[in-house]
Write a protein that binds this ligand. Structure first.
Ligand code: DPP
Ligand code: ZN
Length: 879
């Protein structure tokens, strides 16, 4: 496969002013007629007209009215080239495609008998021939024609101009998008759907029509998405002065979708997972996900659609920024300081769980990659979540007001343009009169920087000298790294745990100072420090780095008890836990009987006990503090991973906490009941989270009482959060009641696809589920590889989130992985390629596992027929 490089960018040879699309929709044979007006791009460096096209049949091609023959163009490798053409051109293109055969879910496809599209990144070329690149922005008019009884709803981007009946039971709808857009934002839906709709008054006094479209029978699950949409519109008006620029905004849910959702202009298409919710079927996490994703896609209307990307290497320009915006929205919706911190902690967890490993593995790439084979492989946690961290650092450096000034300048300069990450950085720099040259390295260098610190208190001088050190490990293609510009937020705690007033270089800096580290090593002197402080470094996780060492156990206990920065307070607890997990993992791996002799110190238990029962702290925050780093986070710390030892160690800690904190856990279980009707608000969700953590710990060392508690909760709960938590506890406890409860649960929810996904997922990720059980589940009538949510719920869940079973010593998990990647690849390369990444870290495993993992990778790589998507992933893993 061919590698595409950022440095090879050339401007498009022609620009497209208008696109008129006509669709005659038929599942087996859809006719697409396209009429493009093009003009030569004055900035072009190439001459011919280049149109992309993939898996479509060209029926006719006319240039300025003249039918072109085979000699007038070339069509090879999915590229149609017309070598010579006048400066102004009208192209008329007729093509055919077969949506019902399209299992890739990219382009135009059929799901449950309905038509949907997905064009990002390069799906539009599967619909018609077009310069399918984001820097070609055009005005679209779309005519849809289809059978009226079968497809009563016909939707596309923008505003509805006209609709009516045709002969033969067909009907039509004509849509016009008033804004120019790249082809990846095109969408259509032709379907049997119903909608919840509402008129919403915008800040400028206009009324907009908001619609949430779902399959019949799901209108009892659209309220939360609608409410989230209204909150998002309001928030963007108030926070950034950005308004909805259309008369209507539609969200459509489909159960077959590769991603979470898609921000098509005015017609967002969503995975049902991020639309459908009511208390009976959705958990608190689901509600949170819906709010965040609805907001994310809505916010793209400005950050992504009005200002878009010049090329796909700039993906983080829109994704990092939009993730940051949805993160801030979520925090603002909760509103409290600890609520904000709890969401920040979730973000830090995601980085550690997924992004740091990516940055340290074979797929490591900068936030703005330099090359790719398949762009779909670069919709990554690095581009999204690390990209959001990079955007967050501007706000940390310039403050909320300075950040807003930068945003305003960005829109003033670039509205309706396709631009680069550098343009965003320049807007931030210029609006704040700062030079941000070095900051560019966050976009160009891959790898997670490592930050260390040394602090020295001088009693005589009353100074505290803090020396910060940074380095960054080599990543593929980048052996040497230069220092980053890192905002390091620091506080100093006195012996009583109170924040000291900070004076750095003679300047008063409040109680948290944002130090700007730009060198490999740099020293900062705090003056007027009257007692030995404990430094709280990297408050609020002020940069996406790994903070190494520097703390004693006593320091960490002090911070865990007192730090006024809740994120670092939580962090201290995580460090205490991690040190213990690593030590126990070493012991558990040493010999087979080690499990019986593991032991946890009273100091640690006591520290957790204090937090657990501290009623001055939000339950949501306490739950975060009591949650241990995951097995994969522990594994990330090890040079050579023995997944079984990691599992034994972590399970031991969970069970030991369940036993030694039993009374406190029981008390919290009772105290955090949420009587009355279910509400997904953050305070109630936090209580349920703490209560269900207590239930899980009590059942980590199950006895009759704890099992009965889980069983009672399963039987009596009126909401999915509590039911699913109880069922998971029973499954994890390996008790006979689990099988009955699973059967009851399936029976009750078999017609709710998203709950059936949960049913598969909770079994797939339980350490009690081995590969044989997974294979048995794959024969269940409800299982199919064709639906991405379902495939992920069982196969990916097992391979990624059940490490102890997946890494079975006989290598059977790896053989299964290879088999499933190959099977999925034939259907849907994007889904297959995600699963392929489960092997990224194979070189870190114990030798006996490593060679079996390599064998599985080689088996996939050796397939003659393999998508570029999967080939790139396994190729990089083996390189
Ligand atoms: N739909 C994906 C997202 O919103 C890709 N743009 O992030
Ligand atoms: Zn996005």
């Amino acid at each position: 496969p061919q590698t595409i490089f950022r440095k090879d960018y050339t401007p498009p040879s022609y620009l497209v002013d208008t696109v008129e699309l006509g669709f005659d929709l038929d599942p087996a044979r859809t006719i697409v007629a396209s009429r493009l007006t093009l003009r030569r791009n004055p900035a072009a460096t190439t001459r011919g007209i280049e149109l992309h096209g993939e898996d479509i049949e060209l029926v006719a091609l006319r240039l300025n009215g003249k039918l072109l023959g085979k000699r007038d163009y070339t069509l090879a490798n999915n590229l149609l080239t017309i070598r010579s053409a006048p400066d102004d051109v009208v192209l008329e293109i007729e093509t055919l495609c077969a949506p019902d055969k399209n299992t890739t879910l990219s382009g135009l496809y059929v799901s449950n008998g309905n038509f949907f599209t997905q064009c990002e990144a390069e799906g539009f070329r599967r619909i018609t021939f077009f310069p399918d690149r984001p820097d070609v922005m055009a005005k679209f008019t779309v005519m849809l024609r289809a059978d009226k009884a079968r497809y009563p709803v016909l939707l596309s981007n923008g505003n509805l101009l006209e609709e009516g009946d045709l002969d033969d039971g067909r009907h039509y709808a004509l849509w016009e998008d008033p804004f120019k857009k790249p082809s990846y934002l095109f969408a259509l839906v032709a379907a049997q759907l119903v909608c919840q709709e509402e008129t919403f008054r915008l800040a400028d006094g206009r009324d907009a029509l908001l619609q949430v479209w779902v399959e019949d029978g799901n209108l009892d699950k659209t309220d939360y998405a609608m409410q989230s949409l209204k909150h998002s519109i309001r928030w963007d008006e108030e926070k950034y002065g950005l308004e909805l620029d259309l008369d209507r905004f539609m969200i459509v849910a489909t159960s077959d979708f590769n991603m979470g959702a898609m921000e098509n202009k005015g017609l967002n298409i969503f995975n049902t997972k991020f639309v459908l919710a009511n208390p009976r079927v959705a958990t608190d996490i689901d509600f949170q996900g819906i709010e965040a994703v609805v907001a994310h896609e809505y916010f793209h209307n400005w950050t992504g659609n009005r200002v878009t990307c010049r090329d796909w290497f700039q993906l983080s320009l829109k994704e990092g920024l939009t993730v940051f915006r949805d993160q801030e929205f979520t925090a603002d919706m909760i509103g409290t300081a600890t609520g904000r911190a709890v969401t920040r902690i979730d973000q830090v967890r995601t980085l550690r769980q997924a992004q740091f490993p990516e940055d340290a593995g074979p797929m490591a790439h900068p936030v703005r990659p330099d090359s790719f084979v398949e762009i779909n492989n670069f919709y990554t946690v690095t581009v999204y979540e690390k990209g959001a961290e990079v955007v967050r650092m501007y706000q940390t450096l310039f403050g909320v007001d300075g950040f807003r000034k930068g945003m305003d300048l960005y829109f003033a300069r670039h509205d309706e343009q396709a631009v680069e990450c550098d343009d965003f950085r320049r807007a931030m720099a210029d609006a704040n009169n700062r030079e941000l040259g070095q900051f560019e390295r966050w976009y160009s260098q891959a790898g997670t920087p490592v930050l260390r610190f040394e602090g020295r208190w001088d009693e005589a001088a009353q100074t505290y000298t803090l020396t910060l050190f940074q380095s960054c490990p080599a990543t593929p293609g980048q052996p040497e790294k230069l220092p980053f510009h890192i905002p390091v937020a620091v506080g100093l705690l006195d012996a009583a745990g109170a924040d000291m007033a900070l004076v750095v270089d003679g300047q008063q800096r409040g109680t948290t100072a944002v130090l700007e580290l730009t060198e490999a090593e740099q020293t900062f002197v705090f003056t007027g420090v009257t007692g030995q402080p404990v430094a709280s470094v990297l408050r609020d996780f002020s940069a996406p780095v790994i903070l190494q060492g520097g703390y004693t156990d006593a320091d960490l206990l002090h911070l865990f008890s007192h730090d006024s920065d809740p994120v670092n307070r939580w962090e201290a607890g995580q460090r205490l836990a991690m040190e213990r997990l690593l030590k126990l993992t070493g012991e558990a791996g040493a010999n087979d009987d080690a499990a019986a002799s593991l032991n946890l110190d009273e100091t640690f238990i006591e520290a957790l006990r204090k937090i657990l029962v501290d009623e001055t702290l939000d339950p949501a925050f306490r739950e975060q503090c009591l949650t241990l780093p995951s097995e994969s986070m522990v594994a990330e710390q090890l040079e050579c991973v023995d997944p079984l030892a990691v599992h034994i160690a972590r399970q031991f800690v969970r069970a030991d906490l369940g036993t030694r904190l039993r009374n406190e856990l029981l008390a919290q279980y009772e105290a955090n009941a949420t009587p009355g009707p279910y509400s997904p608000d953050a305070a109630s969700a936090g209580k349920r989270a703490l209560k269900n953590l207590a239930l899980a710990y009590l059942n980590a060392a199950p006895d009759a009482a704890s099992v009965a508690l889980a069983q009672r909760q399963f039987d009596e709960a009126d909401n999915m959060t509590d039911r699913a938590a109880a069922l998971s506890a029973l499954v994890a406890a390996r008790v006979p009641q689990a099988a009955d409860a699973l059967a009851v649960f399936y029976d009750e929810f078999q017609n709710e696809a998203l709950v059936v996904d949960k049913w598969f997922a909770m079994q797939a990720l339980s350490p009690t589920t081995d590969l044989a059980a997974v294979r048995a589940l794959m024969t269940h009538p409800a299982f199919t590889l064709r639906n991405p949510n379902r495939a992920r719920s069982l196969v990916a869940m097992f391979c990624v989130n059940n490490p102890v079973q997946f890494h079975a010593p006989d290598g059977s998990g790896y053989a299964f992985w290879a088999e499933q990647v190959i099977a999925l690849d034939a259907l849907n390369p994007q889904v297959a390629s995600r699963l392929a990444r489960a092997m990224d870290r194979w070189r870190r495993y114990a030798p006996a596992l490593q060679w079996q993992m390599r064998e599985a990778l080689q088996k996939v790589a050796g397939q003659v027929k393999l998508s570029n998507d999967v080939r790139e992933i396994v190729g990089k893993a083996l390189a």
